[in-house]
Design a protein around this ligand. Structure first.
Ligand code: PBG
Length: 339
């Protein structure tokens, strides 16, 4: 090998990648435990934790175990959880009436968590899908062919007030009905819950990536199919402009935080929304995104830890301030261990 003369370069970007110290200074994005919201699934009864087949490391837990998990998460530095109930099939109705039962599983869980771990920020979904026999997020129209927007919104507003009474910090309408954020805000304020914030699922797409979640909460079985169609209310995955429009409507109606969901396949939407609003942005790395990384890792095709970090980093880099992720505990444990 003959000596090569150095290139005559003014800029050598590699100078800023030479050592760990340099790279640490140059690093633009960080994922911390406190950026994450851990979704947890709760079931009734004194039952041992049951792992969800397509979501390794994610369990349906009894109330007692959810409380224990919240304590451990708080000690690890995760400051927020999103709670999801899996209802016994016998409690589901076409109109989702159990959603307005003051002793419902989710309300009992919220009370138990807030009593035992008061510093934990508790988020709860406001939507009817865990409660309906058909698995849709609202009550159906008279012909049964669609979800009735305004009837559903009336139920959601009442549901939000009941959640606030139980002690949630944030309500998270995940139904994509028109006008629900405004109606929920008015109902909360009228009931003197001005301090309860609305984390709006604002750009929620009609996604195939919710499959494992529907298995987890039993909303897919309820409908007798895993292909439950929510295309008359959730966004078309093809639409970026419409997604931003819809999210900005939520801002006008009084949302405190706007969410994009799923996260990884919709980074362009997160970025565009970041540029369009000054509200904080949340992104939901959904069950299918989690399952996909685990499945490939199990086959030995992807490195779990690297892809876990990279997937979350990408979501933050796109512009999300906070991420709902099933990896929350893993990340907190890794940070605790100095990784
Ligand atoms: C339902 C709801 C869904 C998720 C959160 N709330 C699924 C759906 O719309 O069918 C999905 C979360 C995930 O896949 O992890 N209101």
């Amino acid at each position: 090998m003959s000596d090569t003369a150095p290139l005559d370069l003014v800029h050598r970007p590699r100078r800023l990648r030479r050592t760990p110290g340099v790279r640490a200074l140059i690093r633009e994005t960080h994922v911390r435990a406190e950026d994450l919201i851990a979704p947890l699934f709760v079931v009734d009864g004194e039952v041992p934790p049951e792992e969800i087949a397509s979501m390794p490391g994610v369990f349906r837990r009894s109330i007692v175990d959810v409380v224990r998990e919240c304590r451990e998460l708080a000690d690890l530095g995760v400051r927020a959880v999103a709670l999801f109930p899996k209802l016994d099939a016998g409690l589901k109705r076409a109109d989702g009436a159990h959603a307005l039962d003051a002793e419902s599983l989710i309300l009992r869980t919220v009370r138990a968590v807030k009593a035992a771990v008061p510093e934990m920020l508790v988020v709860a979904d406001i939507a009817l899908d865990p409660y309906t026999t058909h698995g849709h997020d609202g009550v159906l129209t008279a012909d049964g062919k669609d979800v009735d927007n305004d009837k559903t919104v009336a139920v959601l507003a009442r549901m939000a007030v009941m959640h606030a009474e139980a002690g949630v910090d944030w309500v998270a309408p995940s139904d994509m009905m028109d006008g629900r954020v405004g109606a929920i805000r008015r109902a909360l304020d009228a009931a003197r819950h001005e301090g309860v914030a609305i984390l709006a699922y604002s750009a929620k797409f009609n996604s195939g990536y919710y499959g494992p979640f529907r298995e987890a909460v039993g909303s897919a079985q309820a409908a007798g199919t895993t292909l439950l169609g929510k295309q008359t209310y959730q966004l078309d995955p093809a639409n970026r402009i419409e997604a931003v429009k819809d999210a900005l409507l939520d801002e006008t109606e009084g949302a405190d935080v706007l969410m994009v969901k799923p996260a990884g396949p919709y980074l362009d939407v997160i970025r565009e929304l970041r540029d369009a609003t000054r509200l904080p942005i949340a992104a939901y790395q959904v069950s299918g995104e989690y399952a996909q990384i685990h499945a490939a890792a199990r086959l030995g095709w992807l490195d779990l830890e690297r892809c876990r970090e990279e997937s979350l980093l990408a979501i933050k880099r796109a512009g999300a301030d906070m991420i709902l992720s099933y990896f929350a505990r893993d990340i907190a444990e890794a940070r605790r261990a100095g990784r």
